[in-house]
Design a binder for this molecule. Structure first.
Ligand SMILES: C[S@@+](CC[C@H](N)C(=O)[O-])C[C@H]1O[C@@H](n2cnc3c(N)ncnc32)[C@H](O)[C@@H]1O
Length: 254
């Protein structure tokens, strides 16, 4: 298991902010993406009105923690969270393969949410719940060590230097993800932007409780064996970009 710092994929950046912690970065997180795209069709509006309320995560009063096992109508073996699921293709595929696992998907983009709702409806998935807002409030409401896995797949890249503070990955969000993972739980990250992979490795290496699991370059150049792909990834590969796949384990802080 690597704790970062060696054999890093090219970061493509020698930015000064890479050299030390950035306490302010991400501290005032908000959602920076789009909430709405194309006008919804009648069937999509109907699922939004009828199905979403039955799947939507309700947060407890401020300062209290959510018991995520109570979100599902049946006991679940373990819980996973996917942050920014886009159209939900990856989330629905994983949920279909693991009916005993509870999946929470966070995505504020309504056109993405309706795509996931369709997949949930058509495959009659009973193990998916949705948080259709910025995931930050959900993270704060979840108790320590409740998740077996957190997936962050192709987060918005914000490539311009002045926009980078909008990136989802920060010292603060990684600390929060580490807090939520069970011992030996996994955090998966994928990106087609080398600079973002390097950015994440630097921050994960200084995050107590996270250790990079890579042993060979194939571990970050090839997707995981259970990987169904994502819509954004398919576009990136078609455009000639090479994804990087990073996995971190929740370990005892050194
Ligand atoms: C580039 S897209 C990738 C979507 C999907 N993971 C894929 O690979 O096809 C990034 C997604 O993250 C979502 N997102 C951005 N910030 C978020 C946040 N704070 N909480 C939840 N989702 C977020 C965006 O709405 C967008 O759909």
């Amino acid at each position: 298991m690597m704790t970062g710092g060696t054999n890093l994929p090219a970061s493509g950046s020698s930015a000064p902010e890479e050299s030390g912690a950035n306490p302010g970065e991400g501290a005032d997180r908000a959602f920076f993406g789009r909430r709405k795209g194309k006008r919804l069709r009648a069937g999509q509006e109907q699922r939004l009105a009828e199905l979403l309320p039955t799947l939507r995560v309700a947060l407890p009063a401020l300062g209290r923690k959510l018991d995520p096992t109570t979100l599902f109508p049946h006991p679940v073996d373990e819980l996973r969270l996917e942050i920014g699921f886009g159209g939900g293709e990856h989330l629905a595929a994983q949920a279909g393969r693991a009916p005993g696992t509870g999946f929470i998907g966070a995505e504020p983009f309504v056109n993405g949410v309706v795509k996931l709702l369709r997949a949930v409806d058509e495959a009659a998935l009973r193990n998916v719940r949705v948080w259709d807002e910025d995931v930050t409030a959900l993270l704060s409401a979840l108790p320590d060590a409740c998740l077996a896995r957190v997936d962050l797949l192709y987060p918005d890249p914000w490539p311009k230097r002045r926009q980078r503070k909008r990136r989802f990955v920060s010292d603060e969000t990684l600390r929060e993800i580490a807090r939520l993972l069970k011992p030996e739980g996994r955090f998966r990250f994928a990106s087609d932007i080398d600079d973002y992979a390097g950015w994440t490795l630097v921050r994960a290496a200084r995050c107590p409780g996270l250790a990079w699991t890579a042993r060979a370059s194939s571990d970050w150049t090839r997707p995981w064996p259970d990987w169904p792909g994502t819509r954004y990834e398919a576009k990136a590969v078609a455009a000639g970009r090479k994804p990087t796949y990073l996995e971190f384990a929740r370990v005892d802080p050194a």
